[in-house]
Design a protein around this ligand. Structure first.
Ligand code: DQA
Length: 143
């Protein structure tokens, strides 16, 4: 089984970006933990980060995998185009966020992606990604 992990805009700044909200781990740290977990689970993961909506859409369209783990970052709240791309490819997808978007500003309470995702995990920092990968893996395995 193969999974694509997509990170949206500004997540390349993790580690120095608002550490009180997003933690002190870098994106490389998170990817390393995901890789380690994938080895335990016995699946493969590949990673892609972009600050550009179109590049994320191109990555979704080109995905050759069994499912997508995505933190769409700010595009969560605005991007019908990313949602449409995920719907179009029809791959199971899990949405994750480091912070609990429902405890933050009202504009972060809305997700364009959640209605087409299997589920959403937020508020657990790096663990949101790890829980998300486990959930996606189990979903695909049991399907
Ligand atoms: C985020 C939450 C979003 O609202 C925000 O725009 C981000 C990060 C998170 O992981 O907590 O960039 O997706």
């Amino acid at each position: 089984m193969k999974f694509l992990v997509l990170h949206g805009p500004n997540l390349n700044l993790l580690g120095k970006r608002e550490p009180g909200i997003y933690g002190s781990q870098t994106l490389d740290d998170i990817n390393t933990q995901l890789k380690k977990l994938s080895e335990e689970l016995g699946c493969e993961v590949s990673f892609f980060q972009s600050n550009t909506e179109g590049e994320l859409i191109n990555a979704i369209q080109a995905a050759e995998c069994n499912g997508i783990l995505i933190n769409p970052a700010a595009y969560t709240h605005t991007s019908i185009a990313i949602r449409d791309a995920l719907s179009a490819v029809g791959l199971p997808c899990v949405e994750v966020h480091l912070s609990n978007i429902h405890r933050r500003e009202i504009f972060r309470h809305i997700s364009m992606i959640a209605p087409i995702a299997i589920g959403q995990i937020c508020g657990f920092g790096q663990d949101s990604y790890l829980l998300g990968l486990r959930a996606l893996f189990n979903y695909v395995k049991n399907k």
